[in-house]
Structure formats: structure tokens, C-alpha cells
Design a protein around this ligand. Structure first.
Ligand code: NAD
Length: 332
């Protein structure tokens, strides 16, 4: 009997947002995401086709991301999406719930709050890319975007290198105080800059916006930069010039998503790069393909966000919450 089947005898476990925040830290999110990227590259874990629909109500985008990790024995889906008016209601714009099923029987196993987990797994994704691709001596971290995800991105990135300064840009300048506050707490200098000046200073850049046009020109990026493009997760969104993808070595979490809904969609559509040019980061993690090969190379990670990341961190939340007696149970 598998671990998950043993726990099913207690009923369906419910792991609240508050419990997720208590039990899942950046370190175990990093490990879960790194492992699942590695499993995806070995084809022992795979994502099912994504459903994403504009529902014609509250301007919302709603959908499902799902998959099966045969190594971790994790099966399920994340349901949710983006409600742009939620901020005014005191809620975050992204709303997510993860549902896990027992892979041995198909029975419902767990319901897990997905909002915090989405932020922590998205931050873990760019952090994994920095860990594997950024120059070891990177000193300045640039953040483009200051919305809900941005402080999670900042905290996780700062743990990957000995950064000495953070530079940032956001369309709405008042929101930069979110990032400045984290830097003050962590005692690292912070400076708000123009986008061009940010690119001139930063060794590592994370873009995490909802933009639909390039915010960064290809010739602003200096040699040796690592850039993680994390905001583009839908057809039509864009954060950097398509020409930058031709100049950089491009890596991704999942190739199928990168070329359709990720940052690479524009460079592919303009025939500036081919799908074969894009390296799954799991291959770098597994050591089957090289990552950065020189100090001058520009590396670009197209982090599109896959369902298996959600399932991986949700599974960690379930295991830890059950172990620590923090899960509640019901019978269906
Ligand atoms: P948010 O609504 O809290 O913040 C949006 C950010 O984008 C703000 O900084 C805002 O100023 C900026 N912005 C909006 N329109 C812009 C424009 N036209 N030009 C430049 N900047 C603009 O959203 P969030 O939760 O922080 O998410 C940010 C982005 O990340 C979204 O696009 C979201 O879909 C995406 N996301 C990706 C993943 C992934 O796995 N890759 C996961 C979660 C969210």
C-alpha cells in the first residue's frame, strides 16, 4: 500500500492557506520544484494540456493545470485563475486550489489552498534557474514588476547568490515600496531605476509583470546577464524584446508551454528562434545538457508555470501538515 493510500483511511485531508504558509518554506519549495523539473526532463512526470478560458464575467481568466508525477506518485490539478478586480475586494487577484487524487485508486485525497503555494512555487522556479544558470559572482539583482508575486521572487532570488544590491522598476511606482520594504528587512541596498538603467546594473533580472508588450530592449542587456522571464504565462503577454531570445541561450520549464504561452511565443512566431534551440532546465539539472558555458553568455529562463510545480509543492504541504497534525479531514 502506498503512503497516500494509507492516509486515505482518515478521509480527504484539507490543508488551509494558513497551514501551507506554516509548513512549506522556500527551501522545500525549491527542492520540490527542482526535482519535478528534473522528472519532467526524464519523462517520468508530465503535464496534461492546460485549459484556460476567459469566462466573460468579472474579466476573469479561469482554468486547470494538471499532471502526473510517476516518481513522486502525485496526481492532481490546480484549478483557478486571475480575477483582476479582486484587489478592491481585499483578495489577491490570483485564486487557486490544488486537488490531489490517489494515483493507485483515483480517489480524492486532498484539497489544498493554492494561493501561497502558487507564489512560493513560482519564486522557486526562477530561483532554480538562478541557481543553475546565473554567474556565480552575480552582485546586483534587478526586479521588473512589484505586484503580488514580486516579493516572493525577491526573497527566493536573494538566497541564490551573494547579492549586494537590488534595483527595481514598476509601472506603478507606488508599489515599489513592497520590494523596498523586503530589502530594508534583509538589510540590502535598494534603488528604483529606469528599465534601461536597471539592465545596465543588474547581473540577474527577474521580470514578473502582466505586460503585453516588451518592457526590455535586447541591446539593454549586458553580457553575462541571467534573466528569468516569469510574467508571461498566456498567449499575447510579453515582457522582453523577441530579439533578446535570439541573442540569449534560452531555457524553460516546459517547451510546449514556452512556445505557445511563454515568453518564447513571440520569437518563435517571428522565426527568430526554433523550438529546438530552447533547453528544458530539467536537462541542465540532470546534467544531460550544459547550462551556462561562458561568463559572457546571456541566459534567459522562460518560466511559464506548470501544473506539476503546483502538485509538487501541494504534496509537500500535505505530507508535512499530516505529519505535524495540522490537516483536517472529511469523508465524501
Ligand atoms: P499583480 O496583478 O499583483 O501585479 C501585476 C504587475 O504587473 C504589477 O507590478 C503591475 O504594475 C505590472 N503591470 C501591469 N500591467 C503592466 C504593463 N502593461 N506594463 C508593465 N507592467 C505592468 O500580479 P502578480 O500576481 O504579481 O503576477 C504577475 C504576473 O505573473 C502575471 O502576469 C501573472 O499571470 C504571472 N504569473 C506567472 C506565473 C508563472 O508560473 N510563470 C505564476 C503566477 C503569476
Amino acid at each position: 500500500m502506498s503512503h497516500s493510500t494509507q492516509n486515505l483511511s482518515k478521509g480527504v485531508s484539507v490543508i488551509s492557506e494558513a497551514v501551507c504558509q506554516k509548513v512549506v518554506g522556500r527551501d522545500n519549495a525549491f527542492t520540490a520544484v527542482e526535482n519535478v523539473f528534473a522528472a519532467m526532463a526524464k519523462n517520468t512526470a508530465y503535464n496534461f494540456p492546460v485549459i484556460r478560458e476567459a469566462i466573460g464575467h468579472e474579466n476573469a481568466l479561469y482554468g486547470f493545470k494538471s499532471g502526473f508525477d510517476r516518481d513522486g506518485m502525485v496526481l492532481g490539478l490546480k484549478s483557478g485563475g486571475y480575477w483582476p478586480g479582486n484587489m478592491g475586494k481585499g483578495l489577491t487577484n490570483h485564486q487557486s486550489t490544488v486537488i490531489l487524487f490517489d494515483p493507485d485508486t483515483g480517489k480524492l485525497k486532498s484539497l489544498v489552498g493554492g494561493n501561497y503555494l502558487t507564489a512560493v512555487r513560482t519564486a522557486a522556479s526562477s530561483a532554480v534557474s538562478i541557481a543553475h544558470l546565473a554567474r556565480k559572482n552575480a552582485k546586483v539583482l534587478g526586479i521588473v514588476g512589484a505586484g503580488h508575486q514580486s516579493t516572493f521572487q525577491l526573497r527566493a532570488a536573494l538566497e541564490q547568490r551573494n547579492f549586494e544590491k537590488v534595483v527595481a522598476w514598476n509601472l506603478h511606482t507606488d508599489k515599489l515600496s513592497n520590494l523596498a520594504g523586503v530589502c530594508e528587512e534583509l538589510n540590502i541596498p535598494f534603488e528604483a531605476l529606469s528599465r534601461e538603467e536597471l539592465c545596465a546594473q543588474a547581473d540577474v533580472i527577474i521580470t514578473i509583470t502582466s505586460a503585453f508588450e516588451a518592457l526590455i530592449a535586447h541591446d539593454w542587456i549586458k553580457p553575462g546577464t541571467h534573466i528569468a522571464c516569469m510574467g508571461t504565462d498566456t498567449k499575447g503577454k510579453q515582457e522582453v524584446a523577441a530579439a533578446l531570445l535570439a541573442k540569449a541561450t534560452v531555457f524553460t520549464d516546459e517547451l510546449a508551454q514556452a512556445i505557445t504561452i511563454g515568453e518564447a511565443q513571440h520569437a518563435i512566431a517571428a522565426s527568430l528562434i526554433k523550438a529546438d534551440d530552447i533547453v528544458p532546465i530539467g536537462d541542465v539539472i540532470n546534467g544531460t545538457r550544459p547550462g551556462r558555458t561562458s561568463e559572457d553568455e546571456i541566459t534567459l529562463f522562460d518560466g511559464t508555470g506548470v501544473g506539476l510545480q503546483d502538485l509538487a509543492v501541494a504534496s509537500v504541504a500535505v505530507d508535512l501538515a499530516e505529519e505535524q497534525g495540522l490537516a483536517t479531514y472529511f469523508t465524501l
